[in-house]
Write a protein that binds this ligand. Structure first.
Ligand SMILES: Nc1ncnc2c1ncn2[C@@H]1O[C@H](COP(=O)(O)OP(=O)(O)OP(=O)(O)O)[C@@H](O)[C@H]1O
Ligand SMILES: [Mg+2]
Length: 465
């Protein structure tokens, strides 16, 4: 099942969060408005009751006075439609002496509160219509020592109407607010994800044949520009690797084609007519030579592949470069002898590495130096240990290499004189192998050459600590 779009998901989540927030805030506001109205109502009743008490103290000395002259008390509640004043005789329960005011609360059947002290007390009564009536009552002693119960009743219908209006407007506004917030959230997310849609377009147009597309980094937010840089870098590397691979297979096909054609041509010409046995022998010898070169090329390629991408991590040990250089020069003693070339090893140095691979790198350089060294000259393998590097330099005197070839010398199948190299049995993979071995050792190989004079290849290893 296809999951919902991120923008829709985020829009819904933000809306839900906002709904919860608005409901919590509205409930909190409702509670604090109600509390405030309650305090105001109680304060108002308290103040009014103290005014009534004051008026009774000044104007009425007995219950009879109150009943006969209620105008003093009426003045206290004039203008307060929601207020009712009831005076009761405290000695005779349920005997109402006076009721002033037309507040609705006055109509409510009020229970006669039982109180013994003269402290002010409040009571809340819920009316049948669902609103509340607040009563404030107090025992007051008149001048003639008679006690009366003064009850002030506040009809809180208007407070309820206010709260109802608040709840109603909140309920009307809530869906509108949510719709607006949800819409804004969707729009913001949709806009924020625009670069990702551009990423998708680039990803769709990428294939092994065309890795040239890149993500636009300009104007992207920081998080996405990091991602775009990383993707571009990955594409750049992939592009390089794919090109290298394509180049390699081209080169390989080219390298294999000519010897195969040669072998086939020679075989066909030989078979075209009857020949004496010694001619067949000659042809078979030359074919064997060519097949040996091909077989060498295949094993060099396999070795190069294993060095470029080792299947298991290598375990390095301490390698004495002087020992290895001596061993390799002994192996090449015969071919050096043939060209009257002497090989000299000087200096010393120890590195961390793989002995067999280091031997292979040295023999590749030494075989080149002997092959391209002038007859009768000396090939030197000089070792030197610097502050953080150990260098093995293989130098020979010879025709040298022109500057234009130096940058490509370590590429697979690259040769300065292709046909001459093939005739000598070279595959053009020797220096590529040396470079891969050195990069496995976190080192490098460099070359310098003066035409007609000295050519030096240096293996530079990091110094082991
Ligand atoms: N010491 C050197 N003096 C002059 N040219 C050199 C020297 N070493 C290498 N080269 C040039 O660099 C080319 C590449 O060398 P590389 O060792 O990779 O291949 P190769 O020697 O031709 O083949 P292989 O090493 O498989 O026998 C050689 O063909 C040669 O032209
Ligand atoms: Mg070589």
């Amino acid at each position: 099942m296809r999951s919902a779009r991120l923008s829709v998901k985020l829009g819904i989540t933000v809306t839900a969060m906002c709904a919860v927030l608005v409901v919590v805030m509205a409930t909190f506001a409702l509670a604090s408005i109600w509390r405030q109205l309650d305090i105001q109502a109680k304060d108002g009743l308290e103040e009014k009751l103290s005014q009534v008490e004051h008026s009774l103290a000044e104007g009425s000395s007995s219950i009879a006075d109150i009943v006969l002259h209620p105008h003093n008390l009426r003045d206290q509640i004039v203008g307060h439609d929601n207020l009712t004043l009831t005076i009761m005789d405290s000695s005779i329960p349920r005997k109402r002496l006076l009721r002033l005011g037309e507040g609705e609360g006055g109509e409510v059947e009020q229970p006669v509160p039982k109180i013994n002290t003269s402290a002010l007390e409040f009571k809340e009564i819920n009316s049948a219509e669902g609103f509340e009536t607040l009563m404030a009552y107090k025992l007051i002693r008149l001048k003639n020592d008679q006690q009366i119960l003064v009850i002030l009743t506040l009809d809180r219908r208007s407070d309820y109407t206010l709260l109802k209006a608040y709840v109603k407007s909140t309920l009307i506004a809530l869906p509108l607010i949510l719709l607006l917030v949800g819409g804004c959230a969707w729009w913001v997310v949709h806009r924020g994800l625009k670069p990702l849609r551009a990423f998708r377009r680039v990803a769709e147009s990428i294939s092994a044949r065309d890795l040239s597309h890149r993500m636009k980094v300009q104007g992207l937010p920081e998080e996405l520009s990091d991602l775009a840089h990383a993707v571009n870098f990955m594409l750049h590397r992939l592009d390089g690797d794919v090109q290298q691979l394509a180049q390699f297979s081209d080169d390989l096909a080219h390298e294999l084609r000519s010897p195969m054609n040669n072998l086939m041509g020679t075989a066909q010409v030989t078979l075209s007519r009857e020949r004496p046995p010694h001619e067949y022998k000659q042809v078979l010898e030359s074919c064997t030579e060519e097949l040996e070169r091909l077989s060498r090329m295949v094993s060099q390629m396999l070795f190069l592949a294993s060095v470029s991408q080792p299947s298991a991590p290598l375990t390095f040990s301490s390698v004495d470069l002087q020992d290895e250089a001596n061993k390799v020069s002994e192996l090449f003693a015969i071919s050096a002898e043939e060209k009257k070339i002497s090989v000299e090893v000087s200096g010393e140095g120890k590195v961390l590495g793989d002995k067999l691979m280091i031997q292979r790198a040295i023999s590749n350089l030494l075989s080149n130096a002997i092959r391209h060294g002038s007859p009768g000259s000396t090939v030197t393998l000089g070792l030197s240990t610097l502050a953080d590097e150990v260098i093995l330099a293989v130098s020979n005197v010879g025709e040298g290499i022109e500057g234009e070839h130096l940058p490509r010398l370590f590429d697979r199948f690259y040769r300065v004189h292709p046909s001459r190299s093939r005739q000598q049995g070279g595959t053009g993979l020797g220096l590529a192998i040396v470079r891969s071995i050195m990069s496995l050792h976190e080192g490098r190989v460099t070359v310098s050459s003066e035409l007609g004079r000295i050519t030096t290849f240096s293996l530079i290893f990091p110094k082991s600590t």
